[in-house]
Design a protein around this ligand. Sequence first.
Ligand code: COD
Length: 296
Amino acid sequence: MGFANLRKELKKGNTQSMAVAWGVDEGVLQACQEALNEGFLHEVVVTGPPERIRELASKGQIDLTNFTLLDASTPEEGATLAVRQIREGRCTLLMKGHLNTSVILRAVLNKEQGIRAQGLLSHIAVVELPGPRLALLTDAGMNIKPDLTQKFQILDNAIQFAWSLGLTNPKIAALASIETVNPQMPDTVEAAALSLMAKRGQFTKPAVVDGPLAFDNAYSKDAALQKGIDSPVVGEVDIFLVPEITTGNVLYKAFNYVGNLKTAGIIYGAACPIVLTSRADSAESKLNAIAVAAKG
Ligand code: COD
């Protein structure tokens, strides 16, 4: 299943309301309009200067009938106001508009006014691989240098999200740069530990984890066979777990820019999924990210 099928499935009745933090961006408004048209959102609440938002909407011929505009004069205020819509139960999804990722994440994490749940929040990228089929990559955007406890939580979030996307019993590659455990390379040791934790049923839902695996042998069955690697996940990976943010971010952008693959990004683990897009993303990519969040 690719993004197109995911969106078709959502049309069957999963309608949600979404708050957009500092939605002062024509592309974001356009994606919201598309999601309303496709039927998986029924209302959009946008924070920011209303006049500016109306101007952008008129420029992009966006019909604001199902939009509610809430006045905010700075991105920080816009982020806090959008987060409040979730806290107060007015909206079920949150989306980042035209503001820095760290501004919305700080509003989400705020102890008094935020929407943290019990566990760790993490970034999950969804990538449409050839097939087409959807696979996840984590954490390419939030946790900078996770330790083993945090990697466990990042992976647990992705496993739960995979199940809600319909990827049951997900196959996971805990990535490193080699396949053997080398005590000098802590990422390989931690990947092996995660693999055993899955075998012992320590994650919230069933999953098959193997690691350490280098990306070539995780992605390509042929590469793994040539190297004599016998693994239940190679060539069929549903979740790529990276050891830290830089590896994840580079891989995510390489999928997108070099591989021309469709991608979508969300933050998972808060009171609701948070849609994260960047300005350079296409309208379709923004729409796909809203769909992915609505499915979570
Ligand atoms: N999940 C749950 N709680 C968290 C998390 C998390 N992932 N991260 C921090 N917290 C909690 C802490 O326990 C603490 O209580 C509070 O939030 C503040 O923690 P700090 O001091 O670490 O928070 P900040 O504000 O310095 O940093 C949090 C960010 C998420 C902003 C930071 O980790 C960050 O900038 N990450 C990278 C985001 C980014 O730039 N992504 C762009 C790449 S696409």
